[in-house]
Structures are given as C-alpha cells and as structure tokens.
Design a binder for this molecule. Structure first.
Ligand code: NAD
Length: 214
C-alpha cells in the first residue's frame, strides 16, 4: 500500500531535476503520474517506470494546456514545477529576459491552474503545488532579479488561490527550496567564472555529537 494509491498527479517540467524526482517519488507511493515537459526525449525515459505516463506539454502555450486539460477526466494533485533561472541584476535583465521569465515562471502557473482548477472544484477536492524558491519574497538573492521577482509572484499567486478556494476543498501551497542539485544547477555552476570555487555550505551549525544535543 502506497500513501498515494489511486491519486492522479499531473506534473510539469518532469523530464529532469526536481520534477523528475517528484514524478518518481509520487509513482513509488502508488500514484498515477502524468509527467509533462517540452523535452520529449528525456521525458520518454520515464515511461519505463510503473505508474508514470508521459505527455509533451509546453506550459507557455495556452492552446496546448487547454487541450491537455480536456484529456484529463480527474486529478488530485497539480504540481507546477516549470521554471527558468535568469542570471543578472536589473541592469543585465533585458525586457526579453523579463518577459521570458515571467511567462515561463508565473504565467504558466496561472494558465495551468485556470485550466485544471474547475475539475478540482467539480470534485470538491484537489491540491495545487507551485514551485517557488527561497530566492523570492523570502530572500533577496544576488543576480536573481527577475527570477526572484517571478518566484515572489508565485508565492502571491499561491496564497491568492488558497484563500479564494479554501472552502471548496482546494488546497494550494508552494515549495521554496534553496539550491538543489539538478542538471540546470550544474549548467549555472559551469557558467560561473570559477566553477571550482562554487562551494555550497556556509553559516551552518553541523553538530556531530551522537545525538547528545537532541
Ligand atoms: P531544471 O532547470 O533542471 O529543468 C527544468 C525543466 O523544465 C526541463 O526538463 C525543461 O525541459 C523544462 N521546461 C523548460 N521550459 C519548459 C516549458 N516551456 N514547458 C514545459 N517544460 C519546460 O529543473 P530544476 O532545477 O529541478 O528546477 C525545477 C523548478 O524548481 C524550477 O521552477 C526552479 O525555479 C525551481 N527551483 C530550483 C532550484 C534548484 O536549485 N535547482 C531551487 C529552487 C527552486
């Protein structure tokens, strides 16, 4: 018996990174996972896992999202993962960077929720999870101007949907990870002036005491 037996879960950006890991974890718990992404070849690798079916979906395209939602009879969880990290301050962020990021990181979630929420409302139940980040309204992060802005907007969108539909059986939350080891993180590290210097831990108390301080 898995904790998600019988649940139907739709994920975006599931071909790699956090989305892929989440798809595998959900399936391991017995969910029926519909994993989507624009990267068809990487996405297809998930087909070999029990409980996962795949579908190509560009979350910036309203017509594709609407068509996809028509194909889905019911769903329990919508996990909006897709997002892009632009590197730079406001001075390095051109209008095209701003528009691309806000489109992929925020508008896509607006489109996905609008397409799938009516199904959840008809069922009187459903959970929406949006991928935000610590680099958002939680923390100003160097060289993450439009990224942080977009992820702050995701938090606002999440709270708004949560408040509007709390009495109709809908829960909406977002997750705000710090840095996670994914393929795109490797690309960002390689793009830094000195990749060897990219250490991760600082300011932590690592207690090694056999549990004495518990
Ligand atoms: P990633 O950047 O490695 O992969 C992103 C995936 O999104 C790819 O499979 C790509 O094909 C897909 N994608 C890109 N454009 C798309 C589109 N238009 N439609 C559908 N899919 C599209 O993934 P990641 O690093 O695991 O990040 C996933 C999410 O988690 C993002 O929203 C990111 O901002 C967020 N996040 C990541 C970290 C981190 O350190 N990795 C930290 C906090 C938040």
């Amino acid at each position: 018996m898995g904790r998600l037996d019988g649940k139907v879960i739709v994920l975006t950006a599931a071909a790699q990174g956090i989305g892929r890991a989440a798809a595998l974890a959900f399936a391991k718990e017995g969910a029926k996972v519909i994993a989507t992404d624009i990267n068809e070849s990487k996405l297809r690798e998930l087909n070999e896992h029990a409980g996962i079916q795949t579908r190509v979906l560009d979350v910036t395209k309203k017509d594709q999202i609407d068509k996809f939602s028509e194909e889905i009879e019911r769903l329990d969880v919508l996990f909006n993962v897709a997002g892009f990290v632009h590197h730079g301050t406001i001075l390095e962020c051109e209008e095209k960077d701003w528009d691309f990021t806000m489109n992929l990181n925020v508008r896509s979630m607006y489109l996905m929720i609008k397409a799938f929420l009516p199904k959840m409302l008809a069922q009187k139940s459903g959970t929406i999870i949006n991928m935000s980040s610590v680099a958002s309204s939680i923390k100003g992060t160097v060289n993450r101007c439009v990224y942080g802005t977009s992820k702050a907007a995701v938090i606002g969108l999440t709270k708004s949907v949560a408040a509007d539909f709390i009495h109709q059986g809908i829960r909406c939350n977002c997750v705000c990870p710090g840095t996670v080891d994914t393929p795109s993180l490797h690309d960002r590290i390689q793009a830094s002036p000195d990749p060897q210097k990219s250490a991760y831990m600082t300011g932590n108390d690592v207690i090694i005491d056999g549990g004495w301080s518990l």
